[in-house]
Design a protein around this ligand. Structure first.
Ligand code: UD1
Ligand code: CA
Length: 454
């Protein structure tokens, strides 16, 4: 049986943030969510999260996750002190305890499985992940004898000059025989530079303790400050992009592109520079995104082009051309083979197939049929200052340039709207609506003005 404990009580002083460190975001998830996800494969029988600084916020952020137990560490006196808080909760527990640092977000599930297997195979009292880092600054150093049996772990700030030469670092990820750990936890002291109770000191009292190297040391990169957060982001982005390129996605200038790992891409998608795909976004086969586009929580069909545009919480069906400079938001649904163009904003509207909204429009709370042609500058006046109202436009209707639909209003099928009309009443099928002043011409105006000035 395996229980998992996640250390998430620290403030993360080095982040210089009001937000608890473990709630900082990385590629669409908080750090602590990522840590939780990395251990799901092990199907632990218990999942305990140790919270302290801004405990309620951390707890609330995880309220979607099933069967978590929160253990409060009211004063943050160190990682050892944090694990001591588990004693009353795991009194009768007899299996292994996997301890994860809430600020080590890039672990692969297989690595944890491997750690657990090694731990159980050798019947170790403790097994921990280590790596040889080119720059080990800030990490605890692990000292082993020839067989990877750990003698001592010394924190960076407690190391003497010779100890600092050791580049083998502690990843902060451990597997313990819980019964053995529980016996030695009360022995910890805070006799060190930070006057904290270090979990790493338990290795003095346990045996055997084994170190397991991770192949890819990026996996155990910790996030202690903003620079390390940015580095973790780089590592994650490289992983995500390498994955999608291997699945048949083209990226032009990948360094300028960001993709959350919740995004799904189908083969032959091309992503151009400066494009960002976030949240639960899906992009269909052969679509071309960018340059310069942001798509969040949206579904884009096949063979769509999106050029310099922003799409959030919306759907675009196959064969559409979006942009340049289109903003789709608030559950806009664009039907197949539409053209939505320059400086057009569409909010909470349903657009049929082969409909064009090519220039300078705002459509809000509208339903448009198929083959509608929306003239340049057409606007729905959907808000009366208190409520939003709907506009309905039937199949085949053509709206003139600069027309305004004062909602609620319905235009039938194959209607023609004269340019500059302000439409306030419903229009039947096949009609022409002209809702503006007739043009007047007053001749010799210029001459008269001149005469008056004499
Ligand atoms: C820790 C390890 C270090 C290792 C590094 C790997 C110790 C003493 N040191 O150092 O050997 O190389 O991680 O990333 O364990 N936390 C609590 N309660 C506390 C203090 C911390 O829950 O009282 C949590 C923090 O929220 C964080 C984690 O424990 O998620 C690690 O704490 P941090 O202060 O970042 O430890 P490091 O100095 O990085
Ligand atoms: Ca840390």
């Amino acid at each position: 049986m395996v229980a998992v404990a996640i250390l998430a009580a620290g403030r993360g002083t080095r982040m210089k943030s009001n937000l608890p460190k473990v709630l900082h975001q990385l590629g669409g998830h908080s750090l602590v969510e990522r840590v939780l996800n990395s251990c799901q494969l092990l199907d632990p029988s218990r999942k305990l999260v140790i919270v302290g600084y801004e405990a309620r916020k951390v707890q609330e952020s995880l309220n979607q996750v099933d069967s978590l137990e929160f253990v409060e560490q009211t004063q943050q006196l160190g990682t050892g002190h944090a694990i001591q808080q588990l004693l009353p909760h795991l009194q009768d527990f007899t299996g292994d305890l996997l301890v994860l640092n809430g600020d080590v977000p890039l672990l692969r599930p297989e690595t944890l499985q491997n750690l657990l297997n090694t731990h159980q195979y050798h019947q170790n009292a403790a097994t921990l992940l280590t790596a040889h880092l080119p720059n080990p600054k800030g990490y605890g150093r692990v000292f082993c004898d020839g067989n990877n049996l750990v003698r001592q772990i010394v924190e960076d700030r407690d190391c003497n000059a010779a100890q600092k030469q050791n580049h083998r670092i502690n990843g902060g990820i451990y597997c313990f025989n819980w019964q053995k750990l529980a016996q030695v936890l009360p022995k910890l002291s805070s006799n060190n530079d930070q006057q904290e109770y270090y979990l790493t000191d338990v290795v003095k009292y346990l045996s055997p303790v084994m170190a397991v190297d991770v192949e890819d040391y990026f996996e155990i990169s910790g996030v202690n400050d903003r620079k390390q957060l940015a580095m973790a982001n780089d590592i994650l982005q490289t992983r995500i992009k390498d994955h999608w390129m291997a699945q048949g996605i083209t990226m032009i200038d990948p360094d300028s592109i960001t993709i959350d790992d919740t995004v799904e891409l189908q083969p032959d998608v091309v992503i151009e520079p400066q494009s960002h795909l976030r949240g639960n976004t899906v992009i269909g086969k052969g679509s071309r995104i960018g340059p310069g586009s942001l798509i969040e929580n949206s579904n884009v069909g096949e063979n769509v082009t999106v050029l310099y545009s922003v799409i959030t919480d919306s759907q675009v069906a196959s064969g559409c051309r979006i942009g340049p400079y289109t903003h789709l938001r608030g559950h806009a649904q664009i039907g197949e083979s539409c053209r939505v163009g320059n400086f057009v904003e569409i909010k909470k509207s349903v657009i049929g197939q082969k409909t064009n909204v090519a220039h300078l429009s705002y459509l809000g709370d509208a339903t448009l049929g198929d083959r509608v042609n929306v003239g340049a500058g057409t606007i729905t006046a959907n808000y009366d200052g208190v409520q939003k109202h709907p506009t309905i436009v039937g199949n085949g209707t053509k709206t003139g340039a600069n027309s305004v639909f004062v909602a609620p209003v319905t235009l039938g099928e194959n209607v023609t709207v004269a340019a500059g009309s302000v439409v306030t009443h419903n229009v039947p099928n096949q009609a022409l609506v002209i809702a503006r002043q007739r043009q007047r011409i007053i001749e010799d105006w210029k001459t008269r003005v001149k005469d008056n000035n004499k």
